[in-house]
Ligand binder design. Structure first.
Ligand code: TLP
Length: 348
């Protein structure tokens, strides 16, 4: 790391494919995946389904596309989907469920651990009534991004899922960072997803791939999802080049996410000692600072000037994410820079 290069903690999506991943990509056997001819995509889909404990999986371009395809595959226009008010699907997906699927998202209060209260889920499920949208889907998220990377246990997910399923709703789990949740809870990703009908996860975050997410579920659901993906323009051709990166990531980059969590704890501890920020101990790789003095945007500018990139994360909040391209040494250097930046601001 050069002394002046910015340390990029905006997201774990900034990770770049390393040499071993690029070699796997260059050597991938490929075919036209819309014709079901790409053996590498098929291997990735089989591996993903196995890791998540589902029958089948579909390779899609992004986490946003995975969630949208899931909503489209579980619902009809005019349906309602319940989700957390802090969820990614509700806050960061350009209202795709409403725009493309004609599906109304109904936000319920997220608990600080990223979960939903059983009573809220129960109360939000509607009786069949010609005046009302049909309650069709519950969307959960693990780890929970806006809840600071909180990890839900399989039991917590199952409790909310059981209420929904009893009433005939399907359950989708946005597991963009489910392998981080698996490390934090000590449960396998498949256990965390067991009570959900469908689950998606991202290759392009801490796992270090350039592109891609997997949507996993029952075979029939995945076949419908394949059609919805095509409708969105997401049918890919020689996608084995990208799938090879995913196979490499699932085989080599999952266990090391624990390092990102350790680095996030060190970062949070150091930031808390600086004074102007309240910082909770992170459960995974997401660190959220609540600004106690000065303004959020003032601090973001000071951090950027000192060579540390972060993102605004709601009123008075800043997010930093640790990842494989900002390891222990980079985090230590980031803390040094942030200490100087804070001292400079204090000195006026
Ligand atoms: N999240 C991004 C931003 O969109 C905020 C990030 O930097 O964290 N689900 C969850 C829980 C996510 O955090 C994200 C990405 C997605 C879905 C969407 O994934 P992509 O970016 O691949 O569409």
């Amino acid at each position: 790391m050069s002394a002046s290069a910015p340390i990029d903690l905006r997201s774990d999506t900034v990770t770049r494919p390393d040499a071993a991943m690029r070699r796997a990509m260059a050597g991938a056997e490929v075919g036209d995946d819309v014709f079901h001819d790409d053996p590498t995509v098929q291997r990735l889909e089989a591996l993903a389904a196995e890791r998540l404990g589902k029958e089948a999986a579909l390779f899609v371009a992004s986490g946003t596309m995975a969630n949208l395809v899931a909503v489209l595959s579980h619902t009809r226009p005019g349906d309602e989907a319940l989700t957390g008010d802090e969820s990614h699907v509700f806050n960061y997906e350009a209202a795709g469920a409403a725009r493309v699927g004609g599906v109304q998202l109904r936000p319920l209060p997220n608990a600080p651990d990223g979960g939903l209260a059983a009573a809220d889920v129960r109360a939000a499920i509607r009786e069949p009534d010609i005046h009302a949208p049909r309650s069709a889907l519950l969307c959960l998220e693990n780890t929970h991004n806006r809840c600071g990377g909180a990890a839900l246990t399989g039991a917590a997910t199952a409790a909310a899922a059981a209420i929904a399923r009893e009433a005939g709703l399907a359950v989708h789990l946005d597991g963009a960072r489910i392998f981080n949740a698996a490390i934090a809870t000590g449960e396998a990703a498949a256990e965390l997803a067991a009570s959900a009908d469908s689950v998606c996860f991202c290759l392009s975050k801490g796992l270090g791939c350039p592109v891609g997410s997997l949507l996993c579920g029952p075979r029939e659901f995945v076949e419908r999802a394949r059609r919805e993906r095509k409708m969105l323009g997401g049918g890919m051709r020689q996608a084995g080049v990208l799938a090879a990166a995913g196979i490499h990531a699932l085989e080599c980059n999952v266990a090391r996410l624990a390092e990102d969590h350790a680095n996030a704890r060190a970062l949070a501890g150091g930031l808390a000692r600086l004074g102007p920020f309240a910082v909770d101990a992170p459960a995974t790789n997401i660190v959220v600072l609540r600004v106690r003095a000065g303004t959020r945007d003032g601090w973001l500018t000071a951090f950027a000037a000192a060579g540390v990139r972060a993102v605004p994360f709601g009123e008075g909040r800043i997010r930093m994410v640790t990842h494989r391209d900002a390891g222990e040494a980079a985090v230590a250097e980031a803390l040094r820079r942030l200490e100087h930046a804070t001292a400079a601001v204090a000195a006026g």
